[in-house]
Design a protein around this ligand. Structure first.
Ligand SMILES: [Zn+2]
Length: 575
């Protein structure tokens, strides 16, 4: 990185003599494991030279990511530059302050040689430090070894003037690299991180690594996380630590990515490692790898004492209200949402909300449901933590991939019950997840109220919440339609995605006033709508319906029976 401000890494790849290979295919990854979208990283390669002792070798470009080299079994040097100016957990980045190396967007693989050990030399600017979980080679500055290409690109490398912390838990060393400005209390973040690590280790009975690295990028905006076998990268909004909620969001992200060190990195579908870096790797298990992790992150925070059961139930009720209002939640089975992630979830069309739902979100509710089913079947003694521990021991720890059949078998063995109905209805089918009724069986109150009922203090406000058009709007100044719920009043009035509503009942509206002008109308009343569609002014009218939206409140039921309390405590407080 001799010119950090150019955002270009200068990369040299030395391939040793491979006497049995007169021809080498150099391949540049199309995607980053953990982020299921084809990104074609080769679009950032420049000045590619393939040579031996400075003499260019005969070579042919086969397609967007493959180069074929006549190496005659002798050594080859490949040098190139990579433009890296996208700050995300899945892309490399370089500027005057720091560098982030995400191997799949930086390094070629030699086709057929992925299991060959690699050495990585990093040459950062003089005053920069380096953090990675790769093994350092003794006696050489910034030289690291990897067992193969998979490990090389699975170990992020942070370089710059970031802060670096370390702690031990059991026999494992944990390191934390924090780059970028933040108003967070770092000691507070680290103490939470320790408790998350401890609770997760307790669930699985120890750690499957000697060293683990948390790379934290404090950025202007939140960017999410990405899991690795011995590390994770967390992009957080650095200056957002203004309330407890911000720390809770940090805890959730950490717990999620750390849980992945087991679920998806070691307890995993066959296709998720070793990877095919050149194309989509299709799995029907993302609801399990991501959705169940999304659920388990909350269980970990409960076990770590970072969230109380009461607080958890409050958040759960608010989240259920959002989920239960999604029109596309029961259209496509979870297993198919997973399989099609590459072309649907990560390339969403305008109708995504009506025809699909995130496998993270629905998978989380499917996980909760399965936990409740298992807890009830075992009088509170066993649940999803036991299922994960079992799959870890039977598969992850032994390097055996899992199938959906293995998940089912583990669940049936934990619950000592037949669970085919759960998988056919909720994983391969599209039945509504009966979360509120299952919660009530466990001594939890689950109450639904209309928006008008939920507004208890102000009768005028309550009355204004009764009407419903079925519209949602994109962020911005203009009232641009983001979604129209199928068969809603707006749908029947012919409104569609991207229409820009400019007046309701002849009153001019924008994004901040359109909902208020619609709320002037009671259910049954008609509103005239003026809108632009492709620059042409049009008009329609819609008759408002009574709002089908519901707010949900989940809470501990003080009147629960002793048997219900036992199950509930097993779920919320036990392991
Ligand atoms: Zn995840």
């Amino acid at each position: 990185m001799p010119e950090p401000s150019s955002h270009e890494f200068h990369v040299t790849l030395d391939i040793p003599a491979l006497s049995d290979r007169p021809i080498l295919d150099l391949v540049f990854p199309a995607w980053t494991p953990g982020s299921y979208m084809v990104r074609d990283f080769s679009r950032h390669i420049y000045d590619l030279q393939i040579a031996r002792n400075g003499t260019p070798l005969p070579c042919e470009r086969l397609d967007k990511l493959r180069w074929r080299v006549q190496s005659e079994g002798r050594p080859v040097r490949v040098s190139y530059r990579v433009f890296a100016f996208e700050q995300s957990v899945r892309t490399s980045f370089l500027d005057q302050d720091r560098a982030f190396l995400s191997g799949s967007s930086l390094f070629f693989l030699v086709d057929g040689e992925q299991t060959r050990p690699c050495l990585l030399d990093v040459e950062p600017p003089a005053s920069w430090r380096l953090s990675t979980a790769l093994s350092a080679v003794r006696g050489a500055r910034h030289r690291f070894s990897a067992a193969g290409y998979d490990e090389l690109v699975d170990q992020p490398v942070e370089v710059g003037r970031h802060r670096h912390f370390a702690f031990r838990q059991g026999g494992t060393r944990f390191e934390v690299a924090i780059a970028g400005p933040t108003n967070a209390d770092i000691a507070h973040l680290l103490s939470h991180l320790r408790r998350i690590v401890e609770a997760t280790g307790a669930l699985f009975g120890g750690f499957p690594f000697d060293r683990y690295l948390f790379v934290i990028h404090a950025l202007p905006e939140k960017g999410g996380g990405l899991e690795h076998a011995c590390a994770c990268t967390l992009d957080i909004a650095g200056m957002a630590f203004e309330d407890e909620k911000a720390y809770q969001r940090f805890d959730e992200l950490c717990a999620h990515e750390f849980f992945h060190a087991w679920n998806v990195k070691r307890i995993r579908d066959q296709v998720l490692g070793p990877f095919d870096y050149t194309a989509e790797n299709y799995t029907r298990l993302l609801w399990f790898h991501e959705g169940f992790t999304e659920y388990m992150q909350a269980i970990i925070l409960l076990r770590a004492g970072l969230v109380t059961p009461e607080h958890y139930l409050k958040d759960l009720g608010e989240d259920w209200a959002k989920y239960a209002g999604r029109p596309g939640r029961n259209v496509t089975p979870l297993s198919e949402l997973s399989f099609e992630a590459w072309i649907k979830q990560y390339k969403p069309a305008d109708n995504y909300t009506n025809r699909a739902v995130s496998y993270y979100e629905k998978g989380k509710w499917a996980a909760l449901l399965l936990d409740l089913v298992l807890r009830r079947a075992t009088e509170g003694w066993r649940g999803l933590p036991h299922l994960f521990r079992r799959l870890w021991q039977s598969h992850g720890q032994r390097g055996r991939p899992i199938t959906v059949g293995d998940v089912r078998a583990a669940a049936e063995s934990v619950g000592r019950a037949s669970l085919g109905w759960y998988f056919s209805r909720f994983i391969d089918g599209t039945a509504e997840l009966p979360v509120p009724s299952r919660l009530r069986q466990l001594g939890i109150t689950a109450q639904a109220r209309s928006p008008a009922q939920a507004e208890r203090e102000d009768r005028v406000k309550a009355r204004r919440q009764q009407g419903w058009a079925g519209l949602s709007f994109a962020s911005g100044e203009a009232a641009v339609v983001k979604n129209v719920v199928p068969d809603s009043p707006a749908w029947r009035a012919g409104l569609t995605f991207r229409d820009e509503i400019v007046a309701v009942n002849d009153h001019r509206v924008d994004a901040s006033t359109v909902a208020r002008r619609l709320a002037d109308c009671a259910p049954g009343q008609t509103a005239t709508i003026a809108f632009f569609r492709q620059e042409i002014l049009r008009a329609t009218s819609l008759r408002l319906a009574r709002s089908p939206e519901r707010k949900w409140t989940f809470a501990i039921d003080p009147a629960a029976s002793a048997a219900q309390r036992r199950i509930r405590d097993g779920w919320l407080r036990g392991f």
